[in-house]
Design a protein around this ligand. Structure first.
Ligand SMILES: O=P(O)(O)OC[C@@]1(O)O[C@H](CO)[C@@H](O)[C@@H]1O
Length: 388
């Protein structure tokens, strides 16, 4: 076990503290403004905000379908201030309790209604998406290697389009300033080595991140880099814009009806791939669990073990892969990701304190800038832990 400190949200002024005390209050206002929830839901959401900033962790009611599971996942945290729980745990539980507050799992009018759908829909409908999809037609003219690089890059930087992050950083966030680690050559060689195996993609955000992810998946399938792609999505709304099955369907539809022949062709091929079973959508409750991937349950571990490569998208998946700890940033990536059941690639823009696999000169340069480089979304990594 590592002795790197587990990140918590009880240090005023820290990034995790700001998530609870600045990001969540804004998020809650936006959720309550976006849908006409009644007095009971509104009061429950307000109570959650007070509990999660100044109160102690209360378990789910016994009538919740996953109450027993969460009691077990919580272990000794119940009755403790939220900030004393691991940040990863507490943040995940916040989203579960938000669904509880708005009646997502309770029989009634709000059952199954995604509280984040208004934001996701607005993003998907935006003209910026049309412009991005029109640009797809330029890719056909590129040589194979350049096309693959461009698709990987847009799937990577698409991770900035995370609606939770934008609540505090503003739309689009600051301009990007580059890759801090780039194992993309290893990623492509892992795919080539595996020939026509199965590639798993663990999705992150819907909308402007999922669209380039889907275009990359189409490339893997049509370019002979994967015989089958399994796309894992969340079983329920989570971390604001995380993709669910409904979001994948909306994105495929957006592609098929886009004002760009190239985008329409991608959308049609993905539809056919779903029909044929070369593209498979899957989910698992563990994708909304408050735990690191080190604790993968046996069934999901076995499923992922069969992959030639698993691509994990985004910041939260990165935190779950390497462990949500204040690692020395020069800790080798393989030391923290080697437990994963298949070769694994992380495509992540930096939006939280966790980082590994950097060289000392890069860390010194970034620290010397005096910026919030670990959390401001301007930097990214492509890190790969190859299979044996
Ligand atoms: O996983 P994603 O969408 O890339 O990022 C999730 C995120 O916005 O939420 C967490 C803080 O709330 C951080 O891990 C990160 O900033």
């Amino acid at each position: 076990m590592s002795d790197a400190p587990v990140i918590r949200s009880d240090v005023p002024g820290s990034f995790p503290w700001a998530v609870f005390h600045e990001r969540h209050p804004r998020l809650v206002r936006q959720v309550l403004d976006a849908l006409p929830y009644g007095p009971a839901e509104r009061a429950a959401v307000e109570r959650l905000l007070v509990e999660s900033t100044t109160g102690v962790l209360e378990p789910l009611g016994e009538d919740a379908p996953d109450a027993a599971q969460w009691r077990e996942w919580g272990g000794l945290v119940w009755g403790r201030p939220w900030g004393e729980a691991p940040f990863l745990w507490a943040e995940s539980y916040f989203y579960r309790r938000l669904l509880d507050a708005i009646g997502y799992f309770r029989p009634g009018a709000w059952q199954g209604i995604d509280p984040f759908a208004p934001f996701k829909n607005a993003e998907l409908a935006g003209v910026a998406v049309d412009e991005e999809l029109v640009a797809l037609s330029e890719l056909d003219a590129l040589p194979r290697t350049k096309r693959a690089e461009a698709l990987l890059s847009s799937a990577l930087w698409g991770n900035r389009a995370d609606l939770g992050f934008q609540i505090t950083a503003g739309p689009g966030g600051p301009a990007s300033s580059g890759l801090l680690a780039d194992d993309s050559a290893v990623l492509w060689s892992e795919l080539d080595r595996a020939g026509d195996g199965r590639v798993c993609v663990v999705a992150d955000n819907a909308g402007r991140e999922l669209l380039p992810d889907l275009v990359l998946i189409d490339h893997l399938l049509t370019d002979g880099r994967a015989a089958e792609v399994v796309l894992y999505v969340k079983p329920q709304p989570y971390f604001v814009s995380d993709a669910t099955t409904a979001d994948v369907l909306a994105s495929v539809d957006r592609l098929r009806t886009a004002p760009s022949a190239a985008a329409q062709a991608v959308g049609s091929r993905l539809w056919q791939a779903l029909n044929r079973g070369t593209l498979v959508l899957r989910t698992h409750p563990f994708f909304c669990a408050p735990l690191p991937y080190h604790d993968l349950p046996a069934d999901l571990r076995a499923e992922l073990a069969g992959a030639a490569l698993t691509i994990l998208k985004g910041d939260l998946n990165y935190r779950r892969l390497v462990g949500d700890r204040l690692w020395p940033p020069t800790t080798p990536f393989a030391e923290t990701a080697g437990h994963f059941p298949s070769a694994v690639a992380a495509l992540r823009t930096l939006k939280s304190d966790v980082i590994v696999g950097l060289d000392a000169a890069t860390v010194a340069r970034l620290d010397g800038t005096g910026t919030t480089w670990r959390v401001d979304g301007r930097h990214a990594v492509i890190q790969v832990c190859a299979g044996s």
